[in-house]
Design a protein around this ligand. Structure first.
Ligand SMILES: NC(=O)C1=CN([C@@H]2O[C@H](COP(=O)(O)OP(=O)(O)OC[C@H]3O[C@@H](n4cnc5c(N)ncnc54)[C@H](OP(=O)(O)O)[C@@H]3O)[C@@H](O)[C@H]2O)C=CC1
Ligand SMILES: CC(C)=CCC[C@@H](C)[C@H]1CC[C@H]2C3=C(CC[C@]12C)[C@@]1(C)CCC(=O)C[C@@H]1CC3
Length: 327
């Protein structure tokens, strides 16, 4: 039977590269590009159909940062399809990023230099915004919208004699110290991106604890450092042009500099080929590229624990109730 793969944020970067790779590997599947901008989604669909003319590629309007949009997209999915096999939760934002250059130069001459380039720990802050639902924008987009989508699609994800996979595009920038259970939306701090990605790691664990029995499996991926619209927004364009040769040089020393969206999508694609029952719910699956350009996937244990992940899940359920009450 035809497998259905839904990808959020599929019109550019890692999401689009994943779609390209999925179709190259299995032209028989049905892809659903869930994007906030239908014009950009249509352009992505055309590009995919140019290389795979007989592919089944559907479009769906979905703004994961808007509760109304998530609910109506979920409704549309339930009307169109009878089951979901793979749900890639890939859409993400990092608004108004700022690099701390003092910390960068300090890190450059320390023994932590590789770690700094791999994770950007202590390098990046962002200025968040509040959505029309009254939620913090990064939290709403990177985490909560996707959580609501899973909740709404449970009937299609959890079916008897069927396994489904939800796959989060997390990050090496996910950091426990940026996250607080008392402030899950990260209203107070300056690292909403780091907090939201750590929350996705926690949520994935909670989903596995609660939903494996019903056939739903959740995994977390880190695509490495990839040049996409998101990363291009971090520094001015002329700066990127200037340092691009250095970026390729750094890649010789750190396998986390995957750089191209194709390489970054490695672990996302690898997970598509695995039996989800055999994956480790406490590991993050990293896309890595060797100095010679060979791509591979490697699991690394996450800094997560059961009680924090369960408590986050309960907080999200509470917030879901509050938000739905106000609709
Ligand atoms: N690039 C990197 O080095 C890394 C990226 N990641 C993660 O990878 C994921 C993909 O990002 P990447 O490919 O790099 O960057 P892109 O900016 O190219 O892709 C992000 C995608 O998410 C979409 N998106 C953003 N906001 C929303 C929204 N509210 N509703 C629906 N779609 C939305 C964008 O749509 P639109 O085109 O309309 O803006 C775009 O399609 C993100 O989750 C990011 O955090 C993780 C680690 C490293
Ligand atoms: C040579 C030179 C001056 C490099 C620029 C340094 C930084 C701009 C990069 C160093 C580590 C990078 C990084 C990311 C963005 C760009 C850097 C900060 C990410 C935060 C992008 C999004 C993620 O999810 C993780 C990435 C980790 C590494």
């Amino acid at each position: 039977m035809e497998r259905l793969v839904i990808v959020t944020g599929a019109n550019s970067g890692i999401g689009l590269a994943l779609c390209e790779r999925l179709l190259t590997g299995d032209s028989g599947l049905r892809l659903c590009l869930a994007c906030r901008n239908l014009q950009r989604a249509e352009a992505a669909r055309s590009a995919l159909l140019t290389s795979h003319p007989s592919a089944h590629v559907d479009l769906l309007q979905l703004d994961v940062g808007s509760v109304k949009s998530v609910l109506s997209a979920a409704h549309e999915i339930k009307v169109r399809y009878s089951k979901v096999d793979f749900l890639y939760l890939n859409a993400g934002i990092m608004p108004n990023p700022k690099v701390d250059f003092k910390a960068f130069f300090r890190g450059l001459f320390s023994k932590n230099v590789i770690h700094m380039f791999a994770t950007a720990d202590g390098l990046l802050t962002q200025q968040d915004h509040v959505t029309s639902d009254g939620l913090q924008g990064v939290f709403a987009t990177n985490l909560f919208g996707h959580f609501l989508l899973i909740r709404e699609l449970e009937p299609l994800l959890c079916q008897s004699n069927h396994t489904s996979s939800v796959i989060w595009t997390s990050s090496s920038n996910a950091r426990r110290s940026a996250f607080s259970l008392e402030d899950i939306q990260h209203k107070e701090g300056k690292e909403p991106y780091s907090s939201s990605k750590y929350a996705s790691d926690l949520l994935s664990l909670a989903l596995n604890q609660r939903m494996n029995r019903q056939g739903l499996y959740s995994s977390v991926v880190c695509p490495g450092m990839v040049m996409t619209n998101l990363t291009y927004g971090i520094l001015p364009p002329f700066f990127w042009t200037l340092i691009m040769p250095v970026m390729w040089l750094i890649r010789i020393f750190t396998n986390t500099f995957t750089i191209t969206p194709y390489n970054g999508a490695e672990a996302l694609h690898w997970l598509f080929l695995q039996k989800p029952q055999f994956l480790d719910p406490r590991s993050k699956y990293h896309s890595l590229t060797s100095g010679l350009g060979k791509n591979y996937t490697q699991p690394q244990k996450m800094d997560v624990d059961d009680s924090l992940s369960e408590n986050l899940y309960l907080e999200l359920i509470k917030l879901e109730k509050e938000i739905k009450k106000d609709l």
